[in-house]
Design a protein around this ligand. Sequence first.
Ligand SMILES: Nc1ncnc2c1ncn2[C@@H]1O[C@H](COP(=O)(O)OP(=O)(O)OP(=O)(O)O)[C@@H](O)[C@H]1O
Length: 269
Amino acid sequence: MTEPMLEMKNIWVKFTPAHRPEVVAVEDASITVQENEFVSLIGPSGCGKSTLLRAAAGLEQPSSGIIKVQGQTVDRPGADRGMVFQAYTLFPWLTVKENIQFALKKTALTSAEKEDRVQQYIRLIGLEGFENSFPNQLSGGMRQRVAIARALVYRPKILLMDEPFGALDAQTRLLMQELLLEVWEKQRSTVLFVTHDVEEAILLSDRILVMTTLPGKIKSEINIDIPRPRRLVEMETSIPFAAYKKQLLELVREEARKSFGYQVSSGVA
Ligand SMILES: Nc1ncnc2c1ncn2[C@@H]1O[C@H](COP(=O)(O)OP(=O)(O)OP(=O)(O)O)[C@@H](O)[C@H]1O
């Protein structure tokens, strides 16, 4: 059997902030993501989703547990894992093209190959004509498209996305979800995606992992058996979509209520 693309085994992450009690952000979480699989992590606010994703990226050191990318243990950031964050992380002094090109700096590609690759990704994200614009000349959605192209351009083994559309208005968010779906369906890659938006998770994912309230554990795993290619407008009104949404909202709300310190009373939202 081939190794999973990402394997996280028995991960614990603890924080010890100064003058405050220790926080167990992630408790004994184990997840695997297979090659070309799109997996989302959802859960109530503050449940440890970002911490788990940051651990996968090598940005957070787990207190214990093992992280492997295609069977190789990793304990620091590496080019095998691309990250896209909620905040726009482009270099403001570089143009769109230069921002994307920057990601190829350490690759062995020739200048012509780099140029081709960058153009290919600019086309993929629909930003032809904006190659020479600076980030402050772009809308939030356009900036996030550049961030996605920059993470994909060097073809990491796995893309780690932390609420990448969280800062966008509802309409732009929808367009970005459709764009990501289209890009991913054209060029399959392995993605671990953090969101608190249940509909976004259903639209995009092959599988959804629901986390408990703090300390974050993996509570449930739901396979999304909706055929691809998917389109949100068609999916939204479908019976399976509504059933997944109900199931997932119930799971997340149950946890959110616990974090507010009271128990679920039968079916009340
Ligand atoms: N560097 C840190 N130091 C101390 N505590 C931290 C640190 N980073 C995260 N935490 C705590 O760990 C817990 C989990 O945080 P995390 O950001 O992973 O949650 P989240 O599920 O991504 O939240 P949200 O959906 O609100 O973004 C929170 O209680 C948070 O306050």
